[in-house]
Design a protein around this ligand. Structure first.
Ligand SMILES: NC(=O)c1ccc[n+]([C@@H]2O[C@H](COP(=O)([O-])OP(=O)(O)OC[C@H]3O[C@@H](n4cnc5c(N)ncnc54)[C@H](OP(=O)(O)O)[C@@H]3O)[C@@H](O)[C@H]2O)c1
Length: 309
């Protein structure tokens, strides 16, 4: 297949390398020309453009069978989100419309679910994003599926779109809570009963490839591992593995948490496993973090800061 990966960062770069390994022709799009050597080393042909600027897209080659949009705004303001996710997706769809791909996969986020009661969440559960940024991600989904979007635009899908609602990504060099824990910066929120939903980077890649092959256009799939875990159980496991104490507790309703729009829900992956036939390499965080701890140990890079409490 002739594949285009829009946004060749943490996920996109490894995805591209895997697609190359599987024998596909892979193009990777990002803004920075400095990234060209990185893409080339992975066997990916680089396209340098900014998807917020439609005139830059117009000059690129077309005719892709599979397109994956996995750009990220790397934090950023709500306006950045609107530009990169929402407008960027609109521009991609307009650009691709004359020769639409067979499949277009977009990596949305489980943050579009706003549940705070620890309930189980599947794809048909109500969405209700808590933060303005997550609202933009939901609007982007609607634009891709042709089910809405602001200003009454795009009532019809222009490509066979498939949405993956991806949980918190961790893996080599990634994992915010884990790094915080190693550096004694982690905090338990209240009694730590809030649920975390995670997925290893390699499984994100596996889910994307499964969605490209088997995803039904117009469908949404939760891309999350088998085992939502409470924050306290997550830290308890890390504490035992790394010989540290549990992090100190802070009040649950801190300003910081309110700002982050913290939710608590157990996101289910049954639909993804049933329909896409995907089997997880790391079905729970223990498997994934065991691999990461081993990798760090072997590289001599596991630095556990002693806790002086
Ligand atoms: N991280 C998580 O826990 C998480 C959770 C749920 C969903 N997701 C989604 O998963 C996907 C992959 O995330 P990631 O962690 O791999 O992101 P990442 O490492 O930050 O990579 C994002 C890539 O997008 C490119 N990019 C940003 N703005 C662009 C623009 N305007 N035009 C073209 N390229 C642009 C960046 O390259 P340049 O800077 O060179 O342009 C970079 O290569 C994203 O869609 C993200 O929203 C992530």
């Amino acid at each position: 297949m002739r594949c285009l990966i829009v946004g060749c960062g943490y996920v996109g770069l490894s995805l591209g390398a895997e697609l190359v390994r599987l024998g596909h022709e892979v193009f990777g799009l990002r803004r920075s020309a400095m990234a060209e050597s990185e893409l080339k080393a992975a066997g990916i042909q680089s396209l340098i453009a900014d998807i917020t600027k439609p005139d830059k897209l117009a000059g690129l080659p077309v005719g892709f069978d599979w397109v994956v949009n996995c750009v990220a705004s790397s934090g950023g303001s709500v306006e950045d989100y609107r530009q990169i996710y929402l407008q960027g997706t609109r521009h991609l769809l307009e650009w691709l419309a004359p020769s639409p791909p067979k499949k277009f996969v977009y990596t949305s986020s489980t943050s579009v679910y706003g549940q705070t009661d620890g309930s189980q969440v599947k794809e048909t559960s109500p969405t209700g994003p808590v933060t303005e940024t997550a609202k933009v991600l939901l609007e982007t989904e609607q634009v891709l599926l042709g089910t809405g979007g602001s200003r009454g635009r795009s009532p019809h899908p222009t490509v066979p779109g498939v949405i993956l609602r991806v949980a918190g990504i961790y893996g080599p060099e990634r994992g915010h809570g884990f790094k915080q824990f190693l550096n004694n910066k982690a905090r338990l929120e209240g009694d730590g009963s809030r649920f975390l939903n995670m997925i290893h980077r390699d499984d994100v890649i596996g889910c994307i490839i499964a969605a490209l092959k088997n995803g039904r256009p117009g469908e949404i799939y939760n891309a999350v591992d088998d085992e939502p875990v409470s924050q306290v159980n997550y830290f308890q496991w890390l504490a035992e593995e790394l010989g540290k104490d549990l992090p100190p507790s802070v009040p649950e309703n801190s300003d910081e948490n309110r700002k982050r729009g913290v939710t608590s829900k157990r996101v289910l992956n049954r639909k993804l496993k049933m329909e896409l036939g995907y089997q997880f390499k790391y079905p729970n965080f223990r498997k994934g973090y065991t691999a990461e701890i081993l990798r760090l140990e072997r590289a001599g890079e596991l630095h556990v800061t002693p806790d002086e409490r």
